[in-house]
Write a protein that binds this ligand. Structure first.
Ligand SMILES: Nc1ncnc2c1ncn2[C@@H]1O[C@H](COP(=O)(O)OP(=O)(O)OP(=O)(O)O)[C@@H](O)[C@H]1O
Length: 305
């Protein structure tokens, strides 16, 4: 979904080419992940032979039931963890660890609480562009805070910001580094529904300017359809896999108002919800128990003993 009109901040922004990421082809090649089993005997395969290619500038979401390994996969793409087998490539180069070419935005915001909003972004910009002087760093930081509608709150500490504002700072920080790939782990899960809509709009506007490849994990089917070019559907773990990749061929810019009138939207929504219902099941020893019971409150009704 995109805004029909550019904001004043965008109109006064420097030329877009200054912001374009050079490349950003992301490839997950036959990745499998095993963890030690909770019972201590052997290992459990969370997902097996997952392959996913995301083109430069593409927005791909991953949807699947709780515990299928979405965050684990995102962490592996980020380089925080390693696959047990298989590999991750960015522009054909194997990922060996975290890097500023892949910025992660977490649902828990992950801001440094002792720094102002401005400094949270500035520190990241300074790391990404070490040859810039402090004036350039400050200008770039201000520009990205403005793009997220944060021109007035730079001096505030994270504790004094709402969840929505904190996540705006998180997104400004991630985009300001101009990563090749932006990895979003349920970025709107802790934000109320009304605020979520406006931050999604800002995310799309920023994505238009920055041109980064995006991989987002979400549980929200509507959000995924609104934002994505394609949606990867994961089966349940253990041994989860990507069962289908759904093309979202709804023209951009998209608005929520248009989507709810669109037959394509209803068809895609039904298809994805049908997949999730068909793959619902009772929690297994793989799941974090409390989280799983929340996600599958009626699992006894859905599965035979
Ligand atoms: N470091 C770890 N050691 C052992 N098991 C782990 C570890 N990290 C994750 N797991 C397990 O791997 C499985 C997948 O977890 P993951 O968080 O990736 O799932 P998810 O699909 O993102 O779930 P959710 O949607 O609830 O966030 C879970 O059963 C989890 O308990």
């Amino acid at each position: 979904m995109q805004l029909e009109m550019p904001t004043p901040e965008l109109q006064s922004a420097p030329p877009a080419e200054a912001d374009q990421s050079s490349d950003g082809q992301l490839s997950v090649r036959e990745a499998s992940k095993f963890f030690p089993s909770l019972t201590g005997d052997g290992e459990v395969c969370v997902f097996r032979d997952v392959s996913l290619d995301i083109a430069n500038g593409e927005f791909v979401s991953i949807i699947g039931h709780s515990g299928c390994g979405k965050s684990t996969l995102l962490n592996i793409i980020a380089g925080f963890d390693q696959p047990t087998s298989g590999e991750i490539l960015v522009d054909g180069k194997k990922v060996l660890g975290p890097g500023l070419d892949r910025m992660v935005v977490f649902q828990s915001f992950a801001l440094m609480p002792w720094m102002s909003a401005f400094d949270n972004v500035r520190v990241a910009v300074r790391s990404a562009f070490p040859s810039w002087d402090s004036k350039q760093v400050a200008q770039h930081t201000t520009r990205y805070l403005n793009l997220m509608g944060l021109s007035d709150i730079g001096k505030k500490m994270p504790a004094h910001l709402s969840g929505g504002m904190r996540q705006r700072v998180g997104l400004a920080r991630a985009f300001a580094v101009q990563p090749k790939a932006l990895l979003l782990d349920e970025p709107f899960a802790q934000i109320d529904a009304l605020t979520r809509g406006s931050i999604q709009d800002e995310l799309v506007r920023m994505w238009d300017v920055a041109g980064a490849t995006v991989c987002m994990v979400t549980h929200d089917v509507d959000e995924a359809i609104l934002l994505s070019d394609r949606i990867a559907l994961m089966t349940n773990g253990p041994e989860a896999r990507i069962a289908e990749i759904v093309d979202i061929n709804i023209p951009r810019p998209r608005t929520r108002e248009q989507l709810i009138e669109s037959e394509d939207y209803m068809r895609l929504r039904t298809r994805i919800l049908r997949f999730l219902i068909d793959h619902n099941r009772r929690p297994t020893a793989l799941d974090d128990t409390a989280h799983a019971m929340q996600a599958y409150p009626h699992s006894d009704e859905n599965q035979p003993d």
